[in-house]
Design a protein around this ligand. Structure first.
Ligand code: ADP
Ligand code: GN1
Ligand code: MG
Length: 363
């Protein structure tokens, strides 16, 4: 286990010209390690992250994408004379030799400025949800004029449902951890829905759906809000890449629209928080209506079901593979997550008609 002292040693490789006091774990992400860094004055001023390079295999591409995205957003904000820009877009610090990350021979590290007086939430009110919707629509809008090829796929086929099902089938076939028998019921439920959940890929092949630049990890805690509940900044930019537009409403519904936790042990806690979905959609449509097609608009609630299904498949795949991808906190964690996500999917299915009908206003 690395200590604060080890992290401070790593930080000496970055262009920071003030004494630092500590680096402590922060947030609850499943992939990277995030630490908040305090100066000797006691001010939280930097975020240090260890990049999970087993998952993000091309760290050069990853950091290049992030640089492209943050510079593009900064230019847009500057052109609009937006005040307080340093709290509205992430700023990454180079290493002393001018590189975007530091490699210590084993691990890859990056540093960005901690956005002062900001906070993220794991649960939101409808007011915050509406602000989040506006922010993600605006985020997609600001990135919509990036030239094709500007961003690479940091995880190839990341939100491709057909690919995720293929991985799942391989995991069932291999049965590496000997867990298939235990989850036969879930495997059946996933198979039942497989075709209906690959609509996007089919529509894309038919030329009816295009790819756009998406955030692809719009969990509610990947937005920073200010003291007044206004959105400051969209963070966690590792997965910003070309994909289908439903990803970004989908993951928000999946996380903020659930009355329970992503891994809730008590399935009775889980239900759809309709006001959160409605408020997000209203906010999102305010900023995204101008670029969405009627087909995309009509599919937005399906996006919630799709991303919840995809996450069910991904957690179960990891459980079958013996927990090689997500950080887990106990041996059955991925199974618990799968069951909770599946229950939420059933709740979304029960409310599908009502949620689909909500889109009529914009069609
Ligand atoms: P992970 O991959 O672990 O989810 P994130 O980049 O989302 O990593 O960071 C985890 C948490 O740390 C966020 O939910 C947010 O609360 C906080 N955080 C991350 N970056 C910043 C920042 N620049 N300023 C303030 N808080 C931040
Ligand atoms: C991971 O890093 P984090 O916790 O924001 C995952 C997302 C999943 C999410 C499930 C690169 O996100 O795709 O939706 O866990 N990120 C990656 O909570 O796989
Ligand atoms: Mg995050």
């Amino acid at each position: 286990m690395a200590t604060s002292k080890d992290y401070l040693q790593i930080l000496t490789n970055f262009k920071i010209d003030e004494p630092l006091a500590s680096a402590e774990p922060f947030g609850n992400g499943h992939i990277n390690d995030t630490l908040k860094v305090k100066t000797a004055q006691g001010e939280t001023k930097y975020i240090l992250q260890r990049i999970n390079h087993l998952i993000f295999k091309n760290v050069d591409m990853l950091q290049h994408n992030i640089q492209t995205v943050t510079e593009h957003i900064r230019e847009k904000l500057e052109a609009r004379n937006t005040p307080d820009i340093d709290r509205k877009v992430l700023t990454f610090l180079p290493t002393r030799d001018g590189k975007p990350y530091y490699f210590d021979g084993e691990n890859y590290w990056r540093v960005c400025l901690f956005i002062p007086r900001s906070r993220s939430f794991d649960e939101v009110t409808p007011e915050l949800s509406c602000e989040a919707g506006k922010a993600f629509g605006e985020f997609q809008s600001m990135l919509s004029d990036l030239p094709e090829g500007a961003l690479g796929e940091t995880i190839p086929n990341f939100h491709n449902m057909e690919f995720r099902l293929q991985e799942f089938h391989e995991a069932v076939e291999k049965n590496a951890a000997g867990r298939v028998d235990e989850v036969k019921d879930l495997i059946g439920e996933i198979e039942k829905r497989a075709k209906a959940m690959c609509i996007q890929e089919e529509l894309y092949r038919e030329g009816k759906l295009k790819k756009r630049t998406n955030h692809c990890d719009t969990k509610v805690n990947n937005i920073l809000f200010d003291e007044d509940g206004k959105v400051l900044c969209v963070i966690d930019l590792d997965t910003v890449m070309p994909g289908f537009v439903l990803s970004d409403i989908g993951d928000f519904i999946r996380t903020a629209g659930n009355t329970g936790a992503e891994d809730d042990e008590n399935l009775d806690n889980i239900n759809v928080n309709l006001p959160i979905f409605q408020a997000y959609t209203r906010g999102y449509m305010e900023t995204a209506k101008k670029f969405l097609t009627p087909l995309e608009i009509s599919l937005l609630p399906y996006g919630g079901r799709l991303l919840t299904y995809m996450q069910t498949v991904r957690f179960l795949t990891d459980y079958l593979n013996g927990d090689t991808y997500y950080k887990i906190h106990h041996p059955k964690h991925n199974l618990q997550r799968t069951r909770a996500q599946f229950r939420f999917l059933q709740c979304l299915e029960a409310k599908a008609e009502e949620m689909d009908a909500f889109m009529k206003e914009w069609l």
